[in-house]
Design a protein around this ligand. Structure first.
Ligand code: URA
Length: 410
């Protein structure tokens, strides 16, 4: 096999054989396929797409590039959820302990925020001491102990995806349905799941801008799951306004803790319940009762403790991670909120320092927005539409202007 010929075949709309895809991915991880060659292939896939069989072969080759969870003997069902990413999407923080309270195991491997979308790992790291760098062995041990582990991708785990994602990020090849499918599903399949719920987002704050594209992505991921024997449940959800009322790392943990005390915003609670019900089979009324009872918060405290975090810091997180400047943002006109654009709010949060422009950037856990107004609410001119938490006055002022521009009232 000849690497440039395979790239040219895909460039010209050809179909790659399973063994060709496997060989390319093995070669990429080993360093025999160069980054330039893999970038060219990713761009060819971006424009030409892949058949279902090619996407499955790519997923499998990426899965095989590393180790995976192995469960032996009697154990509870192993389940997980994945969201294709959104603004203020903190569902994982609440869902993971809730699922563990339902006698399921959840080995949650999450990502960092990139672009305008936030990442579970960055949010967890706003808790002092919290360690996301677990090995597979440690995570397996933790599952036996408390039923849940929340960790990042390591060198052990789908190294092909880690390398390819970094290239895609800098070559404009992230929003490709076969590449997203293989990236997400290889990591999820490496968790050796029985059931997976996929929250596929569409709208201004999501990778997929239209429902039709989200449907296509959902079908591609389900097809790979079916082929590999994992029950995949897809749920399509709009991402036109932020989820809940907080965007930003520590601010989202604070909102998640309130939700685990039964005081969450209705849109966030509804998604947590729908996704948890889909993977555990426990009815949402019962799950809602578990959020009220405090047992989910107790499970989250266990996760924090076992993973090296400071449990005593949780109730004081808003103070520990207080931003130097906190300002109200006011409505410029009166009327009903028609739109509070997730994409624009995500961009404003990114510019405050809550997200990354590139993978090596450092985030500021303190900054972002809370008290965000929701679509459908009525405003009088001068009412608060959000609170901005910023590192300095100048960035607070820029963010306030951006939030006002993101708001449509009528
Ligand atoms: N999340 C992933 O893990 N991979 C992608 O390609 C896109 C979102």
């Amino acid at each position: 096999m000849h690497i440039p010929t395979l790239i040219a075949h895909k460039r010209d709309g050809g179909v790659l054989a399973e063994k060709e895809i496997r060989w390319l991915i093995e070669g990429f991880v080993a360093g025999d396929v160069t980054e330039a060659q893999m970038s060219a292939l990713a761009m060819a896939v971006f424009f030409r797409g892949m058949t279902a069989a090619e996407t499955a072969a790519l997923t499998y080759a990426m899965l095989e590039s590393g180790e995976r969870f192995r469960f032996s003997g009697e154990h509870p069902p192993v389940v997980d959820k994945h969201s294709t990413g959104g603004i203020g999407d903190k569902v994982s923080l609440i869902l993971a302990p809730l699922v563990a309270c339902c006698d399921c195991w959840i080995p949650m491997v999450s990502g960092r925020g990139l672009g305008i979308t936030g990442g579970t790992l960055d949010k967890l790291e706003s808790i002092p001491g919290f360690r996301v760098g677990l090995s597979i062995e440690e995570a397996q041990q933790q599952l036996k102990q408390i039923g849940v582990a929340m960790m990042g991708q390591t060198e052990q785990f789908c190294p092909a995806d880690k390398k390819l994602y970094a290239l895609r990020d800098v070559t404009g090849t992230v929003p490709s349905i076969p590449l997203i499918t293989a990236s997400i599903m290889s990591k999820k399949l490496a968790e050796s799941l029985d059931r997976l719920v996929l929250d596929v987002k569409y709208g201004s704050g999501a990778f997929m801008k239209t429902r039709a594209l989200a449907e296509e992505l959902a079908a591609a991921m389900k097809a790979v799951g079916d082929e590999m024997g994992v029950q995949v449940i897809t749920q399509l959800n709009p991402m036109e306004e932020p989820l809940g009322c907080a965007v930003g790392n520590a601010l989202e943990v604070v909102e998640s803790l309130a939700t685990m005390r039964g005081e969450g915003p209705p849109d966030l609670v509804a998604l947590v319940l729908a996704q948890t019900e889909a993977i555990t089979g426990v009815p949402r009324e019962k799950l809602a009762g578990m959020l009220q009872s405090g047992e989910v918060l107790e499970k989250f405290n266990q996760i924090v403790k076992v993973q090296g975090g400071d449990v005593s810091a949780l109730h004081a997180l808003a103070k520990i991670q207080a931003a130097p400047v906190v300002r109200d943002v006011l409505a410029p006109t009166s009327g009903a909120v028609l739109r509070f654009d997730a994409g624009q709010i995500g961009q404003a949060a990114l510019e405050l320092g809550a997200g990354r422009g590139k993978a090596s950037d450092r985030i500021d856990p303190r900054v972002g927005f809370d008290a965000l107004i929701k679509v459908g609410q009525h405003l009088a001119k001068g009412d608060r539409i959000a609170r901005v938490h910023a590192a300095d006055e100048a960035s607070a002022a820029r963010a306030a202007t951006a939030l006002q521009a993101a708001l449509s009232v009528g």
